[in-house]
Design a protein around this ligand. Structure first.
Ligand SMILES: Cc1cc2nc3c(=O)[nH]c(=O)nc-3n(C[C@H](O)[C@H](O)[C@H](O)COP(=O)(O)O)c2cc1C
Length: 229
């Protein structure tokens, strides 16, 4: 029997140190354990190299399932992801109307609420449909900085909902079906109290400012215009 080919595209500039990679790689390892052949491409070194782009296109053409994992940047997708989507769409324009290739996205954001990802989810959905992929949905998650690029097994019990959602996704994907709606809901569930996430985030910024000796400048507004109108 033909081995299914899975391609993971990581859109975070943090590459292996990203939450996008932690999530995508967990899914990929699960699929690999079910006998699928897997490959990972990081967009940052790929998108600006003609040679690497060509090899990405080849991998994409041969993949049965494409998983694109990326962070939310300014309510949108990071520039290398947008560029890649434009390149793929241009390449497939007029050539593919529908294909058996399946497409799943994973997005994580820094705000506590997963709904911040909605505009990005809609963009990805439109992209997948225009390119003729079978769109399986977008697993969206808030509080990405609580994971901060750690492998999920190292993130402990707080990510149990995320792990469960990914395990159920693996189960569905190995059966060749779309993960059920409950999986997307489970993925988007806040996994620590909102106040704790914000408290820890503020503490992190303050510690970092102290390390850089700029604690007194945290509220500086260097670009504020001094000219009053
Ligand atoms: C330039 C930039 C813009 C960002 N914009 C948003 C945003 O609009 N909303 C949000 O919730 N998080 C935002 N974030 C936070 C990231 O989405 C968050 O840190 C995420 O966990 C990073 O995932 P990664 O490790 O996969 O790169 C932004 C981060 C950066 C660096």
């Amino acid at each position: 029997m033909k081995k299914e080919k899975i391609l993971l595209i990581v859109g975070s500039p943090r590459k292996v140190a990203s939450t996008s990679y932690s999530l995508g790689n967990y899914l990929l390892n699960g699929l690999k354990d079910h006998g699928m052949s897997v490959e990972t491409i990081f967009l940052l070194p790929t998108v600006n190299s003609i040679e690497k782009r060509e090899s990405m296109f080849n991998a994409l053409d041969n993949a049965d399932l494409i998983i694109m994992a990326f962070p939310l940047y300014v309510d949108q997708l990071p520039a290398p992801v947008v560029k890649t989507m434009e390149l793929i769409a241009k390449r497939r324009q007029g050539k593919v109307t529908s294909s058996s290739q399946r497409f799943l996205a994973i997005v994580n954001c820094g705000f506590p609420e997963s709904f911040q990802n909605r505009p990005a989810e809609e963009i990805v959905c439109q992209f997948a449909q225009q390119c003729g992929f079978t769109y399986l949905g977008t697993l969206a998650m808030g509080m990405g900085e609580a994971i901060h690029g750690r492998p999920l097994i190292e993130a402990g019990g707080m990510v149990r909902h995320v792990v469960k959602a990914l395990d159920q996704s693996i189960e569905a994907l190995t059966k060749g079906i779309k993960p059920p709606e409950e999986v997307f809901q489970l993925m988007s569930k806040q996994f620590i109290p909102r106040w704790l996430y914000i408290f820890m985030g503020n503490l992190g910024w303050k510690r970092r400012a102290g390390k850089e000796r700029v604690s007194r400048q945290l509220y500086a507004r260097p670009y504020e215009s001094s000219i009053s109108t």
